[in-house]
Design a protein around this ligand. Structure first.
Ligand SMILES: Cc1cc2nc3c(=O)[nH]c(=O)nc-3n(C[C@H](O)[C@H](O)[C@H](O)COP(=O)(O)OP(=O)(O)OC[C@H]3O[C@@H](n4cnc5c(N)ncnc54)[C@H](O)[C@@H]3O)c2cc1C
Length: 483
């Protein structure tokens, strides 16, 4: 496995390339460290990180003093700055939290005070009249609520791809299709026994999501157990988008943030998620009962929405544990950091978690020297509010393939598909292409374009055209480091 031949010793091995592992890899790539990321999946971001509600949480309702609250707060400005630099679709429509019963209304002031303690000073109470003025299609019966101006929406696909791409172009080694099966101590280092051979590293960082407890056990601990909590979601067609402009939140319960309605960065409307405790760590199927439950709740919140066409349904599994908080532990003597149990807010907190892990490593004695010439990435625009190639005359003039639409629902061009098949982290499947370009994500779900796109995927030996982009095109420039 290349450098993973059991002789070369990395400074750090990260297990898992979801949004959390990829964010940690990006952060470590800014230092003079030899880092490897071992990912069981075929691509980065194929676990829970691709199947969530894609809200950028402020942490206004997090438990004050918890690590989750602290890291959400730390992540908020980091993600805002980084998304702007890296071209990650991110919008801040703000949220309205709606009380539908006198009991819920009675909790509004406590939630406002909690938001204040969590540093969200702009959260304020709103009357029922103000709710209906802001969201005229809201169902009858809203009694009042809270405005949370900082809540946003983000592209969950671009985030881990940007982090991982930046890590790779700065020297981090990424090994896909590489499941860590056991970890053996070996003379001041570890041998990680993987499905593709052995990898030696001094430090292990466990970012294995739904398997983070299993990797923790490989390191000899019995600290927590993952109890997957499934969330099913419904994606409504883009024609539904005029129905709602902000994120409509329910009053949260101790078990779940509840069912919300939100616009997406692709111009759709999301309804979900459910909260179902499962034993099965692979149970990402949707169910009739789950979807019916969502439709019933949706009918209360935004009645007109449930009459709109459904584009897709999906489900993701939260890495819930017996504890309410993240399970982040650093064992300095063991040279091990566990980053597990990142259940409902990992997308929003990923950059804060990564910065925290770097602090833990430094406190544990890892020498961190900034690497010279760190390069940042600029991802290709996939957000609805971004300048996408099909409507960019300059891009089309410079490369005619940007004028040739292959996926008509999402207006994805041949040029974008070819771009996604090249570069430092190319798509290796139609799912990978979907997450990089949106091809196949639209209302026909690939019915019209999948044959053409599959042919391009299988013909990856096609020589790049003179204008086609390569790894260097993803590198914005030599920009100042963010730390
Ligand atoms: C329904 C739902 C809604 C959500 N909504 C939001 C939201 O709106 N906003 C928000 O911020 N968060 C949200 N979340 C939470 C967020 O999606 C997660 O916290 C985040 O994706 C966790 O990222 P991760 O990297 O820890 O896990 P993952 O994305 O699951 O990544 C872990 C990776 O580790 C790999 N792996 C596991 N075991 C091994 C092994 N032995 N060897 C090698 N690799 C291994 C896996 O293949 C996987 O790719 C939601 C989650 C769900 C399920």
């Amino acid at each position: 496995m290349g450098a993973a031949d059991g002789k070369f010793t990395y400074d750090v091995a990260i297990v898992g390339a979801g949004v959390v592992g990829a964010a940690i890899a990006r952060e470590l790539s800014t230092y003079e460290l030899r880092t490897v990321v071992l990912e069981a999946g075929h691509d980065v971001g194929t676990g829970t990180s691709k199947a969530n509600t894609a809200i950028r949480h402020t942490g206004f309702d997090a438990k004050p003093g918890s690590l989750e609250a602290t890291l959400l707060k730390r992540a908020y400005p980091l993600l805002g700055d980084y998304a702007a630099r890296a071209g990650i679709p991110l919008e801040t429509p703000g949220a309205l939290l709606v009380a539908w019963s006198p009991e819920q209304l009675a909790r509004i002031d406590a939630l406002r005070l909690q938001a204040k303690v969590n540093g969200c000073d702009d959260v304020h109470a709103v009357s029922a009249e103000a709710l209906y003025a802001a969201e005229p299609k809201l169902g009858p019966g809203a009694l009042g609520g809270l405005a949370v101006p900082g809540e946003g929406i983000v592209c969950p696909f671009t985030m881990p791809l940007a982090f991982a791409t930046e890590a790779v172009i700065n020297g981090v080694r990424l090994e896909l299709d590489t499941a860590v099966e056991s970890i053996e101590p070996d003379a001041g280092a570890y041998e990680l026994v993987t499905s593709r051979g052995r990898v030696r590293a001094r430090w292990v960082v466990n970012a294995a999501g739904l398997s983070s407890d299993l990797v923790d056990r490989m390191m000899g601990h019995e600290r927590f157990t993952i109890h997957p909590r499934r969330g099913q979601l419904i994606v409504f067609d883009k024609l539904a988008s005029p129905l709602v402009s902000s994120i409509l939140l329910p009053v949260p319960t101790p078990v779940s943030k509840g069912v919300l309605i939100a616009p997406t960065v692709f111009g759709n409307v999301l309804l979900g998620p459910t909260a179902e405790d499962l034993d099965d760590r692979t149970g990402t199927q949707t169910t009739r009962e789950g979807l019916d439950d969502l439709l019933a709740k949706g009918r209360t919140i935004l009645p007109a929405l449930v009459d709109e066409e459904v584009t897709a349904t999906y489900a993701g599994l939260r890495a819930a544990t017996e504890y309410a908080d993240y399970q982040i532990h650093c064992d300095a003597a063991q040279r091990y950091v566990c980053v597990g149990g990142i259940r409902s807010t990992g997308l929003s907190a990923a950059m804060g978690i990564a910065a925290h892990v770097v602090d833990l490593l430094q406190d544990a004695g890892v020498v961190l020297r900034h690497a010279a010439g760190h390069r940042e990435v600029r991802m290709r625009p996939v957000g609805e509010s971004q300048q996408r190639p099909f409507r960019d005359n300059d891009a089309i003039a410079s490369r005619p393939e940007y004028g040739e639409i292959l996926c008509f629902c999402e207006r994805v061009t041949r040029g974008e598909v070819l771009d996604a098949l090249a570069g430092p982290l190319p798509a290796r499947s139609t799912d990978g292409l979907r997450r990089r370009t949106r091809a196949g994500l639209g209302r026909c779900q690939g019915f019209y374009c999948s044959a053409t796109i599959s042919a391009l995927l299988h013909d990856r030996r096609e020589p790049p055209t003179a204008q086609s982009r390569d790894a260097d095109d993803l590198v914005a420039s030599q920009v100042p480091r963010n730390r």
